[in-house]
Design a protein. Structure first.
Ligand code: FAD
Length: 407
């Protein structure tokens, strides 16, 4: 049994590991080190209700401060782990403090991918990952101001929807041929492009940012120029071009890393005393038979739990089916499973009804589903995908037939 566990990173995965460890009887020393000044908080509202100003900061916190006191958890906030000494089994913090461990959990999350274009560091240009980022963006999101978003992924589109509802002029530049192209099929992308257009968001695909220009007087960003010759005026710019895993500690410590910290089916790293969970981890997924690095609350929650159970001595595989959600306007998109490598898409219901699903199949097997305002489908899909079923395609295309009856 371990006596002292240190968790590097203070986000969703960290708090879940803490919660499970204490709930399941871990009585040893438990320490969390988080570089942000906040206790672990939920990030999803940062592009939604918190950005809109309709959710207070305190409501973001996953657990109140009392929880950590009650569960005897030492939290070093505003402190960064700078070094992992695996042979000595200790970590060093940026203030010089050394924390010994029997087991270390890396839960360091991910960081926004930086845009490598001249002018990307100008005042008025933002990334969105933290409360501090959201506060800065919100302060500049005044009605009538022109917001230019670089990147038509979830975060870009969620910010677009929120800002549009706050009365801003919003343009989204996407270099691919369609929005959310990394995660959804063309039909779902087209639907979202039409919905954003209907709400007055200007989406421009096939636009690759070349440079950002500043105002000669104020120095603030003034316009975004593209390789294709476009020039888009902007009062504020938000860049959402993906994230990179925060795996630098693991790399420096010589742990195996490949698009994140490589973990086995039990969330263990190449060092038996070190586990990794959440956005920073590339885990061996039993459902899909390969390594996956996922960026979702569900994944951080489930892996935080799995790590804790393994630390408690119960060998527990991480075998949960991934899911993810995105809220834009009044649309709730829920993605269950991983569509990667699909060869067929079947739509259930018409996009015009604003309630439909896209079912992804590979060699006849249902591997993922995107449901838009269609909660019944996504609930049923979880069981079917996990069971590797091969649905009847005609039945699948008929929304009058319940998803569970398509097999
Ligand atoms: C704006 C936004 C909207 C999102 N919306 C959704 C959504 O709708 N649905 C969904 O499922 N997911 C959403 N996500 C993704 C989800 O929030 C993440 O997948 C989840 O937070 C990952 O949890 P984590 O614990 O792995 O990392 P994080 O929550 O990022 O926590 C990691 C923490 O570790 C800290 N850290 C890093 N390195 C160190 C170090 N060396 N020392 C100390 N601390 C360190 C980081 O600063 C950070 O605070 C959203 C993310 C963002 C940014």
């Amino acid at each position: 049994m371990y006596e002292q566990i240190v968790i590097a990173g203070g986000g969703q995965a960290a708090v879940q590991a803490v919660d499970t460890l204490r709930r399941k009887g871990f009585t040893g020393k438990l320490t969390v080190v988080g570089e942000e000044p906040w206790l672990p908080y939920q990030r999803p509202p940062l592009s939604k209700k918190y950005l809109a100003g309709t959710l207070e900061r305190e409501r973001l916190m996953i657990r109140p401060a009392q929880f950590y006191a009650d569960h005897n958890v030492q939290a070093h906030l505003g402190r960064r782990v700078t070094d992992v000494a695996r042979r000595e089994r200790h970590v060093r913090l940026d203030d010089g403090l050394v924390l010994p461990y029997d087991a270390l959990v890396l839960a360091t999350g991910s960081r926004p991918r930086r845009l490598l274009a001249p002018g990307a560091e100008l005042p008025g240009v933002h990334y969105l990952r933290t409360i501090a980022d959201a506060d800065r963006i919100r302060a500049e999101c005044t009605p009538g101001a022109r917001l230019l978003i670089i990147g038509g992924g979830y975060i870009g589109l969620e910010v677009a929807a929120t800002a549009r509802e706050r009365g801003m002029g919003v343009t989204v530049l996407e270099m691919a041929e369609r929005v959310m192209n990394r995660v959804t099929c063309p039909q779902v992308s087209s639907f979202y492009e039409a919905e954003h257009a209907r709400h007055g968001v200007h989406i421009r695909c096939h636009e690759t940012v070349r440079a950002l220009h500043g105002d000669g007087h104020t120095g603030r960003v003034r316009a975004v120029l593209t390789e294709q010759g476009g020039e888009y005026p902007a009062d504020i710019v938000v860049i959402g071009v993906g994230v990179v895993p925060a795996d630098e500690l693991a790399r420096a410590a010589g742990l195996e890393c490949e698009n994140g910290v490589v973990t086995n089916g039990h969330c263990g790293t190449s060092d038996p005393a070190v586990y990794a969970a959440g956005d920073c981890a590339s885990h061996l997924n039993r459902q899909y038979g390969r390594h996956l690095r996922l960026e979702s609350v569900d994944n951080a929650f489930e892996q935080g739990t799995t790590v804790a159970l393994n630390l408690l001595g119960t060998p527990t595989p991480h075998d949960k089916l991934p899911w993810f959600w995105s809220d834009q306007f009044d649309l709730k998109l829920i993605i269950v499973g991983v569509a990667h490598g699909y060869d067929t898409v079947i739509l259930r219901g018409a996009p015009a009804t604003r309630s439909f699903s896209a079912c992804y199949l590979r060699n006849g097997e249902l591997v993922a589903i995107d449901s838009i305002n269609a909660p019944k489908d996504q609930m049923a899909a979880r069981k079917l995908i996990a069971a590797h079923v091969r649905p009847n395609l005609d039945k699948l295309a008929d929304p009058a037939i319940a998803l569970r009856d398509t097999v």
